[in-house]
Design a protein around this ligand. Sequence first.
Ligand code: DOR
Length: 432
Amino acid sequence: MKILIKNGIVVEPIKKLTDKMDILIEENKITRMAEEIEITEDMQVVDASEKHIFPGLVDIHVHLREPGYEHKETIYSGTRAAAKGGFTSICCMPNTDPVADNSSVIRFIQHRAADEGVVKVFPIGAISKKLEGQEISEIGMLAEAGVVALSDDGNTVMNSGVMRRAMEYATPWNLPFISHCEDQNLVDNGMVNEGYASLMTGLPVYPKAAEETIIARDIALAELTGAKLHIAHLTTKGGVELVRQAKAKGLPVTAEVTPHHLALSEEDVLSFDTSYKVNPPLRSKEDVTALIEGLQDGTIDIIATDHAPHAYEEKMVEFIYAPFGIAGIETALPVIYTYLVKDGKLSLLEMVEKMSSKPAEILGLPVSKLSEGENADLIIVDLDRELEVEIKDLVSKGKNNPFIGQRLTGWPVMTMVNGKVVYQRSGFNASN
Ligand code: DOR
């Protein structure tokens, strides 16, 4: 059966196009796009009037937790949460148990994703064995198994010599390094921004310098080795400036910011609600402004969720004992739309670009394009729909989402991967 999506407003960042168009899908491909496509009997019609159509979103920073932490998330639940959030491709971080530092774990994830996943899953391999920062992983084998990047996310490779050798060793495969920038000696057991948040709560400090020293180091190492460097979850004004300078020098450095670091600030942790406990921590309002400016001027290339689900009971403890992480993949798009686009801080095209084509480009993933002949990875979004985020609606196993209780606008109503509907919001009538 062919699928005809009628009357939607197509937002295509590569062609810089926002236009009302019908889209015809046959098998897994977009076969026609035109102002008006006539309905025939062999078509299932999806009425997208007053809705927008985006290329499928791409999230290059997701924790799927499988293997090893299936009580927090699985490939089954995590890919469904991604589909609900409008993501058609996701990259998963290697801090699983066992760690994804060898080809068997990578192949396990790929098989599991093929069997149980509903969106495309691209694994990221560990830089160091067991994420211990001592011995380099078998990078060649990881590359052969199909990893799209290397990262010790959750940890920093603290030994600069090891990081340098890993970057040099990885040169033949040209794999990007995604750096979790945290000087562990400076952080120690710190958990909130050093400043207003630490002063008001008395909780141990996580200084901005801990992030900035490693950003500066890794930029220097990227310059030395020629490795592609991607800075994960940037949070500080100083960090934005370091990336800006690296780009001005022409270095192969890119950066991401999360929806929560753009929408929230250190003042939120004064509630002691563990949903706000995240690594790196929520920063000052001044930092948030700098992050938004960085996003606007292109210093920060993309938005990535760092979807970090934890079990309910793990987070339902005192702030000091709770694990770090926010599970935000289902609310990323409405958070960005509500906080940035509706406020005029980012255009619709910029938002879509920074959440689809740009992240795919950074890791060399297939880019989902709204164009004839392309794979039908797309989403239909209701930009007028305002909904309260409710815990009962979250399909991720991680309910550690600080936006619960907030009213957000701009929700996906349908997600399609390779022409197949993998998510449809109840109430969105696809068969009229
Ligand atoms: O808050 C975080 N949680 N930050 C990270 O870098 C890792 C993540 C996790 O794995 O829970």
